[in-house]
Design a protein around this ligand. Structure first.
Ligand SMILES: [Zn+2]
Ligand SMILES: [Zn+2]
Length: 227
């Protein structure tokens, strides 16, 4: 576990980055890793002095199995509400198959063989402009494109954004997800521009190291050749 800011921690034991946020009412978990990740995440949380019984909410950045897959296992240990955007909720519940793009379908089919996805029965819808009871300082942002229901959590006071796969920072190289990794590449670039317009210091992506300073500037530099 890495402390990023006061009350914001990176969990490192899943395929995708997951984040633990200390709010005014307990803890919130942002993303849950792949289906096999639940027990490692629970161990990491407890090893660092937190209790999973203090988790009040789970928020899913989007429906992909490396972000939503661990939720079912976590709920078996501790029942809480799981929030996701309505446009991804049916995929989280296993009612439709995501993603739509061929490249991502092939990739996730391969990974699902190894880690079968276990869908959730109930997902609580959440959308831009709403705040969660445990996290009054954090705002939900819609960041569609990678998937239709991709969302982020933004904390203006700390200038911190958790963006899921709306941007990634694999190997420390900040990037908009490639077209084959997007349901709607045009929307994905619009979401990147929306991120660039924020006053941002910390950018915590779903993959790769967290950008801990001057994140807004770095997103601007990234988008300059695309505009
Ligand atoms: Zn994804
Ligand atoms: Zn991902």
């Amino acid at each position: 576990m890495q402390r990023l800011r006061r009350g914001l921690y990176l969990l490192e034991s899943a395929l995708a980055n997951c984040y633990l946020i200390e709010g005014t009412h307990g803890l919130t978990l942002f993303d849950t890793g792949q289906p096999s990740a639940a027990s490692a995440l629970i161990a990491e949380i407890e090893r660092n002095g937190f209790s999973i019984r203090d988790i009040e909410a789970i928020v899913l950045s989007h429906c992909h199995f490396d972000h939503a897959g661990g939720a079912r296992g976590l709920l078996e240990r501790h029942r809480v509400k799981v929030y996701a955007h309505p446009a991804d909720a049916s995929a989280v519940k296993g009612e439709v198959r995501r993603p739509r793009s061929l490249g991502m379908r092939l990739w996730t089919s391969f990974l699902r063989l190894r880690w079968p996805y276990r869908p959730l029965e109930v997902v609580v819808p959440i959308d831009e402009g709403e705040t969660l009871r445990p996290l009054p300082q954090w705002q939900v942002l819609r960041l569609p494109g990678h998937t239709p229901g991709s969302i982020g959590l933004f904390q203006p006071g700390e200038k911190a954004l958790l963006c899921g796969d709306a941007l990634n920072n694999r190997h420390g190289r900040l990037a908009v997800p490639g077209d084959v990794h997007c349901d709607d590449p045009v929307q994905a670039r619009e979401s990147a521009r929306k991120i660039a317009a924020l006053d941002l210091e910390v950018l915590a992506c779903g993959h790769g190291p967290v950008v801990l300073s001057r994140a807004g500037l770095k997103v601007h530099d990234l988008l300059a050749p695309l505009t």
